[in-house]
Write a protein of this length. Structure first.
Length: 267
């Protein structure tokens, strides 16, 4: 178990170095800023796909909800591996997928009902880590447009992009218990953040989200009761989080932290 305090300074309450605003709605300009930051941080030629490995892919879906910028996440359903844990939409690449990106888009549609034509890909980042089950997991970043309001080149660069109604999501009861919108500002909330070591070596912030999943910025497939299991032995990446919390942690937490560093939210 890697529970030693991570060597992280508290995140700054100012956002002067961030690539995008954490409080204002995402715009065409801010999506382009994310795209540029990802391209600069992660050249597409890096980390070649090894066909000898088993691969998976996840989508990190930015969206506006009620004019607030944030990221969609899900709590895994009871009949799924790692039930009750927070994750991004995604899963294992199968024989029907033409690429890792195709797998991420397919799984996102299957799990939360977001169609590929709603998804504007902004890039990817890395390195792609290996999951506890041995899958090489490729993270892609996107903006999700509301159904029927897909990406338009005619939107003014600084106009807020349309908000996604969470009620438009269609959850797969087998795979997803809850889907929720994590406001970007929550990534700087000291009361939500806990310092852990990813794979016992690399410090990162986990984000506590139980109140968000229980709140108005969430949709449910099981009547709304929010439950999760915490590992009695407090092993890394097993269960919903540490000390009874439901957290964005483990590989999902590491990817969220890595992306926030690329965007200048964390040093």
């Amino acid at each position: 178990m890697s529970s030693a305090p991570a060597a992280l300074s508290p995140p700054s309450s100012t956002a002067s170095r961030t690539v995008i605003s954490l409080t204002q709605p995402l715009t065409r300009r801010s999506c382009n800023a994310i795209r540029s930051a990802l391209a600069a941080a992660y050249p597409q030629s890096d980390y070649a796909h090894d066909p000898a490995e088993t691969h998976a892919a996840v989508l990190v879906p930015f969206c506006n909800v009620n004019g607030t910028p944030g990221i969609l996440l899900e709590v895994r359903g009871k009949l799924r591996t790692h039930s009750g844990e927070v994750s991004f939409p995604g899963g294992k690449v199968d024989e029907t997928d033409t690429s890792t990106l195709a797998a991420a888009l397919r799984e996102t549609e299957e799990e939360i009902g977001v169609r590929p034509d709603q998804v504007e890909i902004l890039g990817r980042f890395g390195p792609p880590e290996t999951s506890l089950k041995g899958l090489r997991v490729w993270p892609y970043v996107a903006f999700v447009h509301p159904e029927g309001q897909e990406a338009s080149e005619h939107i003014d660069d600084d106009a807020p992009l349309p908000s996604l109604p969470l009620s438009s999501l269609t959850l797969s009861p087998r795979e997803v218990a809850h889907a929720f919108h994590l406001p970007l500002e929550a990534a700087l909330s000291p009361t939500r953040l806990h310092s852990y070591l990813f794979r016992g070596q690399r410090p990162y912030y986990a984000v506590s989200v139980a109140d968000i999943v229980r709140g108005t910025n969430a949709v449910h497939s099981d009547g709304g009761e929010v439950q999760w299991i915490n590992d009695p032995e407090q092993r890394d990446e097993i269960g919903g989080g540490r000390e009874g919390r439901l957290e964005v942690w483990g590989l999902t937490g590491w990817y969220l932290y890595s992306l926030m560093r690329i965007l200048g939210v964390y040093d």
